[in-house]
Ligand binder design. Sequence first.
Ligand SMILES: *[C@@H]1O[C@H](CO)[C@@H](O)[C@H](O)[C@H]1NC(C)=O
Ligand SMILES: *[C@@H]1O[C@H](CO)[C@@H](O)[C@H](O)[C@H]1NC(C)=O
Ligand SMILES: *[C@@H]1O[C@H](CO)[C@@H](O)[C@H](O)[C@H]1NC(C)=O
Ligand SMILES: *[C@@H]1O[C@H](CO)[C@@H](O)[C@H](O)[C@H]1NC(C)=O
Ligand SMILES: *[C@@H]1O[C@H](CO)[C@@H](O)[C@H](O)[C@H]1NC(C)=O
Length: 380
Amino acid sequence: MVNRSSSELTLCLLLFTALCLEAFIIELKVNSPAERMNWTEARLYCQKNHVDLAAGNNVNILDLSESFVENVGEAWVGLRRDPKNDSAWRWIYPKAGEQLSGEDLSQSVFWADGQQSSHCAHVDTDFKWHSVRCSSKRKFSCTEENAIKHHQNSVDWYTASDSCREKKNYSYLATITMDNTKKLKAGDWIGLYRKAGETWSWIGDQQTDYRNWAQGEPSYADCGSFDPVNQKYHSKACSEEFPFLCFDDNLVVVNENKTWEDALKHCREMQSPCENETSPCIYKHDLLSLELLYEYKYVRDRIYRATTDEVWTSLRFLGGRWWWSNGEQLENQMMLPDCPSEWKHCGTLSKHDTNNWITRNCLERRNFICYRYKADILGV
Ligand SMILES: *[C@@H]1O[C@H](CO)[C@@H](O)[C@H](O)[C@H]1NC(C)=O
Ligand SMILES: *[C@@H]1O[C@H](CO)[C@@H](O)[C@H](O)[C@H]1NC(C)=O
Ligand SMILES: *[C@@H]1O[C@H](CO)[C@@H](O)[C@H](O)[C@H]1NC(C)=O
Ligand SMILES: *[C@@H]1O[C@H](CO)[C@@H](O)[C@H](O)[C@H]1NC(C)=O
Ligand SMILES: *[C@@H]1O[C@H](CO)[C@@H](O)[C@H](O)[C@H]1NC(C)=O
């Protein structure tokens, strides 16, 4: 008994040390590491060093500052062709790594012209083929009466195709076979194209299985970049290397298994220097107090990499009420038992969608989640 009341006294002191903190609000920030990587590597890098690749469903990438934009240029963002449906593009879902989420963005007005849907092929100096977006401008080759004819005007693929049709009946943007491949001019459009969701095919009547792709081609351009200068999305081959945008927040999921009290202590001992703040300051941490329920879903998705199903929050039953460690009471006390069974006096949040706090024995050990706040350098 003596033990217990003295531990409650410690807890009271612990709780009240942080009494004057304001309500926790999630702060998201975009940053661009000074490296170029392919999309896959870029995402892994962001997941390891930040939260994830920046995506329109977590941060406002359309609203980045001009100086940031000029520094970074076109960069990978968390946008991908849906592997389950070739015509759809979706944002990545920070929860559960690979998964995509949300609505189809393929019709979004933020795509650069002709970007998201089709791909067209042109030949290069070595007679090898490359896939590019159909809206780029190139000279072109038509098949006219079984001969290849080169045309000098630079147009997009569709215009080239129409213009071959106008020259002669049975004339199409060039269909290439083993026999005529050497007759092509480097850079020319050929009649090979791919609509979203379909395979590559020739535009004319003459279909052939002959393929002469350059190494690494055809690029199916399954990954999305954002060009902050024209504020548009672009589809790019995932293997291309670009700068990229990651995002950070002010949460830290700690993958160590600790009792509630040790978790609280751990968070409160974490410090990091402030970056780019005008007055000297330091970042401190506390076990998460989540008074604003609209942040609940973000946090629940954010803990997916915890190694335990539940993580400690700062919810604590003390003196007949439920408190957050920042000194605020749980707004809706009804959500939790007003007389919790003995020892189930601490609150967790579950990775799985229980949509509620769970009460647990404070002596159980599990992962926990801290949040960061700014304190001035004197420590207040
Ligand atoms: C694939 O996505 C497109 C565009 O959103 C949609 O029209 C089509 O119905 C989807 N197909 C399937 C099989 O879900
Ligand atoms: C193509 O054929 C149609 C009818 O067969 C003819 O009217 C037209 O003039 C022809 N066009 C060319 C470019 O030869
Ligand atoms: C991305 O780069 C890594 C390392 O260079 C490589 O192993 C991987 O195959 C690349 N992925 C793509 C899609 O190009
Ligand atoms: C924490 O506990 C979980 C579940 O019991 C376990 O899988 C994990 O390895 C533990 N983590 C550490 C760092 O001990
Ligand atoms: C802080 O400022 C420096 C120089 O102005 C910049 O390189 C760095 O990216 C900034 N850091 C953050 C986190 O904004």
